[in-house]
Design a protein around this ligand. Structure first.
Ligand SMILES: [Ca+2]
Length: 483
């Protein structure tokens, strides 16, 4: 068998539970994909915002190691570059002879020169709202031509309704909305159309290929064509079990962030959720389009298909929206589905894995090569051999615009959050899956054990800024790094 092709489908800000079979969010194409392959129930991102987690996905390194610790679009230029000469699995595939293509949202660094990162052909896109936050725009020529050909406005949408959030002195925030436009006018449809063009070209060639399709949805604002919004009844959606959490006993900044949404009733959260689910269903339809082309061109047999997202969204959990700190499951747990040669079909993996594990898994399944990084190849799990797998993941939050440094460690059912700006958190996810009870004050021995493991990881991965925080001003972890 020749080397397998690789199709990566990545969404932005899609929670893991949107692809659970029991979710009210309907994703039939992803359900079919999962049935053909392996679904990971507990895959954690390394960071709850775009650029750091995306750079981890491509390099298998934690944010302090690849250097992208904040989102690229608002920082000074010197902070929007990755450290030089980082390993990218995509570069390794191109060196090995793969034909490579990338279409959609990048947001890993700011040069936007993907030939430097292993992609022969690419077309980048940002969201409609990117310009408003000062993001350097990538040219959207092809997409705007598509909008023109459909008779749609280029710089705005044909709005049916908008859900806004308002605060004195801040620009109004568009949270969700419905447009009177066909699905063909969305960026998601365009990205997948470009991907299908790539596949049709690759099918005629004799080289293995790697295609990366990256959508801006279902990232906020959750804006969908009317036909998709009609698929959901907001009144039938139940509040999440943590909706009435007052966040007592958790860091004060969590409660402060909760107050941002004070003006919203449950009905508003429900409308946002319906739009979000509709956005996920819209993307699922695009996944269906590209998978049909794989079938029709005879490529599916020797193609690995990976579906994932960069981080999640609170969507009403703990009465929060979007992401950032806090470190709850809804922001960190992401969907991860893999199918193709070497992957057991119809399998669900309960063990903990990380976005760091994607890079070494992909080079092993495509090239039979290891990849030097901080992740672990998922191959044993994909082959159904979970014995001996250490169920652990680790993440870093280095702040976003504002500094609130945090480290997160998952081990089996426990989650420990080292908050440098407030008291720590400890959750037992078996007993308390919705994270309503902070056990950090009552389980001191376990906190010390988890903190000791955090220090081990900090030392092993070269997180010296944290590891060397031994001056008198910094000694407030449950235990120090020298134990
Ligand atoms: Ca993101």
């Amino acid at each position: 068998m020749p080397r397998p092709n690789l199709l990566v489908l990545m969404t932005d800000q899609q929670r893991a539970d949107t692809v659970d079979p029991s979710s009210p969010c309907r994703t039939p194409n992803l359900q079919r994909l999962a049935a053909q392959g392996t679904r990971f129930r507990r895959c954690y991102s390394t960071n709850p915002i775009c650029s750091p987690s995306r750079a981890s996905l491509m390099t298998g390194l934690l944010p302090h190691s690849h250097g992208m610790v904040d989102c690229t679009h608002t920082v000074e230029p010197y902070r929007a570059d990755l450290k030089p000469d980082l390993p990218f699995w995509s570069r390794r595939l191109r060196e090995a002879g793969y034909r490579t293509g990338y279409y959609g949202k990048w947001h890993i660094e700011r040069s936007n020169r993907l030939e430097d990162f292993g992609f022969d052909s690419y077309e980048l896109m940002e969201s409609f709202e990117a310009a408003e936050v000062g993001c350097r725009r990538v040219p959207d020529t092809g997409f705007l031509e598509r909008r023109r050909s459909l008779g749609l406005p280029e710089s705005d949408r044909r709005w049916e309704r908008k859900g806004m959030v308002r605060h004195p002195g801040y620009r109004d925030l568009l949270l969700h909305g419905v447009v009177d436009e066909p699905v063909e006018g969305t960026r998601e449809h365009y990205v997948f159309s470009r991907g299908i063009d790539f596949l049709n070209g690759a099918a005629r060639g004799d080289r293995p290929w790697c295609l990366f399709l990256s959508t801006a949805g279902p990232h906020d604002p959750y804006v969908v064509p009317r036909e998709y919004r009609r698929r959901y009844d907001a009144r039938s959606l139940a509040p999440p079990p943590s909706f009435n959490d007052d966040l007592a006993g958790r860091p004060g900044i969590y409660r402060r962030m909760q107050r941002v949404w004070d003006q919203l009733e449950w009905a508003d959260f429900a409308e946002a959720t319906a739009c979000y689910y509709a956005f996920c269903s819209l993307i699922d339809d695009q996944v269906g389009r590209v998978l049909r082309v794989l079938e029709e061109t005879g490529l599916s047999e020797n193609t690995l298909v990976l579906f994932l997202s960069d981080h999640g969204d609170y969507m009403g959990a703990h009465r929060l929206m979007l992401k950032g700190v806090p470190a709850f499951e809804e922001a960190y747990r992401v969907p991860l589905i893999l199918t193709g040669p070497g992957v057991n079909p119809g399998q669900e993996v309960p063990g903990i894995v990380s976005l760091l594990d994607v890079a070494p898994t992909l080079t092993e399944l495509t090239l039979g090569e290891s990849f030097s990084c901080q992740g672990r190849s998922l191959r044993p799990l994909l082959e159904g051999n979970g014995s001996g797998w250490d169920s652990e993941a680790y993440a870093e939050m280095q702040g976003q615009r504002m500094a609130y440094t945090q480290r997160v460690l998952w081990r089996d059912s426990h989650k420990y959050v080292f908050n440098t700006f407030d008291e720590d958190e400890l959750y037992d996810l078996d007993q308390d899956p919705h994270e309503l009870r902070n056990l950090a004050g009552s389980r001191a021995p376990l906190c010390r054990e988890m903190a000791a493991r955090m220090w081990e990881i900090a030392r092993a991965t070269g997180d010296y800024n944290l590891y060397e925080s031994q001056y008198g001003c910094f000694r407030w972890a449950p235990v120090g790094p020298e134990l």
